[in-house]
Write a protein that binds this ligand. Structure first.
Ligand code: PMP
Length: 360
């Protein structure tokens, strides 16, 4: 089979060695003769798998000992609800920064539980930039400050964690977790769905500072209660065991790549090459402020939008798949997560040059 490069925004490309190992272990994990899919989550074997995944995540990201790491069902969307439920703590409001589609989703969900102050919004720029930190109006008595570290659809990424004015900082890192170093100490809560840089859909990883736990709003569902989940090893319910196992395989692979610094260096090179190709000619364009362009999701347009369907069809023929933009915005988008090899980005760039030569 010809090489296929998968540019899907999520569920997304997995490292080839991860798929290989999952295949090797599919029918029987190690000497057990039992698939991970068939194991009790309480078995010694699965506890071993789950604890190793947590330890590896802690080591790779540098998670301090006074933070809990949870592996929960429901993806990041469940955390849009769980964050306010757990962290509101009797305050009058919560503060959110809006940088696009996913921030707006998080804000809408938080509004189910009370008053949300929007400290800053990129809406006036059509979400092509992030308002400068100095212009934000953060309520210093809010329960927390929430932002979306990387907007998967708009392709806007924070290059650093923002200053939180002493509030617990909450980040949705669904589409850029493990792609660059983060100083976990600066956060009260980090959450991320797994289907971009950590494996399979349906799972979310939650990293939360211990002192914020145990204050959930009355009526918080038990499976959303971080304290209960932390006290029960993320097993208040039966967790998404297979997704947890695959996350462990992805973390092993990441370690083999040299860890986050090494993967970041590769991500910087991949993104720089792709943006350079887009910027080189007016045939292609990306609307995002270069200072906040995402290293993970690269939306782009053709000057002649009528050619986009043809671009997608011919790219697919060439083995470059899932390059369509999100249904809400159209256009094209290349997601180049950790698992996308540099050759995949180079293949896309060659195709773009060739397409322009033929159709430009
Ligand atoms: N936040 C961001 C930044 C996302 O990209 C996504 C999914 N694409 C979500 C939240 C929602 O994740 P899920 O569908 O797994 O709940």
């Amino acid at each position: 089979m010809a090489t296929i490069y998968n540019f899907s925004a999520g569920p997304a490309i997995l490292p080839a060695p991860v798929l290989e190992r999952a295949r090797e272990e599919l029918r029987g994990w190690r000497s057990t003769g039992v698939s991970v899919m068939e194991m009790s989550h309480r078995s010694e074997d699965f506890i071993g798998i789950s604890e190793k995944a947590e330890a590896d995540l802690r080591a790779l990201l540098g998670v301090p000992a006074d933070y809990k790491v949870l592996f929960l069902a429901g993806g990041a969307s469940a955390q849009f609800a769980a964050a306010p439920l757990n962290l509101w703590r009797g305050k009058t409001q919560v503060s959110y920064v809006s940088t696009g589609y996913w921030s707006e989703k998080a804000i809408a969900e938080a509004r189910l539980y009370g008053q949300v102050q929007v400290a800053a919004s990129g809406k006036d720029s059509k979400f092509t930039t992030i308002p400068p930190r100095a212009s934000w109006n953060v309520d210093r008595d809010a329960a927390y400050l929430h932002y979306t570290a990387n907007e998967t659809i708009g392709g806007v990424e924070f290059q650093d964690a923002p200053e939180a004015d002493g509030l617990p900082l909450v980040a949705d890192m669904s589409s850029n977790i493990l792609s660059r170093p983060v100083d976990v100490r600066r956060f009260g809560l980090i959450y991320a769905s797994a289907q971009k840089n950590l494996g399979l859909a349906g799972l979310a990883v939650v990293i939360v500072r211990e002192d914020l736990l145990g204050k959930a709003l009355p009526g918080t569902p038990s499976i959303f209660d971080y304290k209960r989940q932390a006290d029960n090893g993320s097993m208040v319910n039966t967790p998404p065991t297979y997704a947890w196992y695959v996350a462990g395989l992805v973390l092993d692979w990441l370690g083999e790549q040299g860890g986050i610094k090494a993967i970041e260096a590769r991500n910087i090179r991949k993104a720089a090459k792709l943006y350079a190709a887009i910027d080189a000619a007016p045939f292609y364009s990306n609307p995002v402020d270069p200072a906040v362009r995402s290293r993970m999701n690269v939306p782009f347009h053709l000057a002649d939008a009528k050619l986009e369907a043809l671009f997608l069809a011919e790219a697919k023929e060439a083995g470059l798949v899932y390059l369509e933009g999100h249904r809400s915005v159209g256009g094209l988008r290349a997601s180049i997560y950790n698992a996308m090899p540099e050759e995949g980005v180079e293949a896309l760039i060659s195709f773009m040059h060739e397409f322009e030569r033929r159709r430009g």
